[in-house]
Design a protein around this ligand. Sequence first.
Ligand SMILES: *Cc1c(COP(=O)(O)O)cnc(C)c1O
Length: 463
Amino acid sequence: MLMRRRDEYAEPYRVKVVERVKQTTREEREKLIAEAHYNVFSLPSWAVYIDLLTDSGTSAMSDNQWAGMMLGDEAYAGSRNYYNLKDVVREITGYEYVLPVHQGRGAEHVLMASMVRPGDRVLGNMHFDTTEGHILLRGAEPVNCLRAEGLIPEKEAPFKGDIDLVRLEEEITKDPSKVPFILITVTCNNNGGQPVSMENIRKTREIADKYGIPVFFDAARFAENCYFIKDREPGYAHKSVGEIAREMFSYGDGFTMSAKKDALVNIGGLLAFRHEKHYKQAVQWQIPFEGFITYGGLAGRDMEAMARGLREVLDESYLEDRIGQVAYLGELMEKEGIPVVKPPGGHGIYINALPLLPHIPRENFPAQSLVVELYIEGGIRGVELGGCAFGHKDPETGKDVWPELELVRLAIPRRVYSDRHMKLVAQSVARVRDRAKDIKGLRLVEEAPVLRHFTARFERVPG
Ligand SMILES: *Cc1c(COP(=O)(O)O)cnc(C)c1O
């Protein structure tokens, strides 16, 4: 079954509970964003009409998940919810050894602490920010081996999350003993939620086996990745997403997961292993940092919602609707002539701010300016992934160093917004584009030494 056109079906769920959202006026938004020093991270969420800041922990849970919350058996050790969770993980992945954690980075912490030593090099397609942080905290080096076209925004390709296998083997042969494992991030978050093909995963495993290196997945969006395989990779159209997931995990030795994405919950994470030896090492770090083996910083009810979410996310009508909605927003943008990263990934649309605001120099933050104007225009909150998030000052010359890309990400929460919301988003971006020449940009007036985009303060360039 291939993905249908958006107008051939409707949402595979109906609405049972609603949350009222406030609609502010343009004047109110002008005032609110000025008070937030032109940084949308400082806006209260009640002042946001359509919140596309992240797809993490923002999913709407189902009636089945909420019902499961009432069945939380709040035991310190051995709650039935833990065993349910373990069963689901085993069913989906074939992995026996399961540790719940408070969120994805908790799993990364435990994995890196138990397996990565100073001087090691962790290879992968492209590590997520927190993953990279945990590798660096161990005194090790994160090495990205993403295929080159994965970083070209206008390049259309089905699997832009694939590993460059030649590069991977070159990096391994520098010193195989320094590679504790290979980590494949599915989908690849940092280049826009681009999928990894089964062929690439299988070949990565073959290379890893030559050198006796384990393979792990960062499985935050594993179901979205498996749906892309079904839709795009020859030989998979007739397999169920569940079968595809089982095959994918068969090439690995374990996974870390932020359950705030494809487990359709608002908090939680997972770490799981095929082999007891990896598990036993991890438990040494799990207990002091995350909590006992059978709860890992979560309540029983959280684990129950996670277990149920993991079953639900494999529903193909859900995945078609989910991936279809993101693609639909991409189409609307293209119809409006808005430059976006292609093809759309699994969890959001990335706008290229440079051609949209060509007159704003990099030091006046075109993408951040677009984020601010989009909020003023429609009460829509996106996030800057450009000069503020990734730029820095050269320590020797004191000059600004800018990243190649200047993007705005509009991440789509799961089962939350309708296609009418998507239309409004595309229209609002188009309206900002229509008045682009009047937008003067921003000046950075306060920044933290690391991860500056979360707390940076800006001023408008006068004019
Ligand atoms: C979100 C995410 C993480 C970190 O998970 P948290 O739940 O935010 O701690 C790690 N890897 C990927 C690919 C992610 O998307």
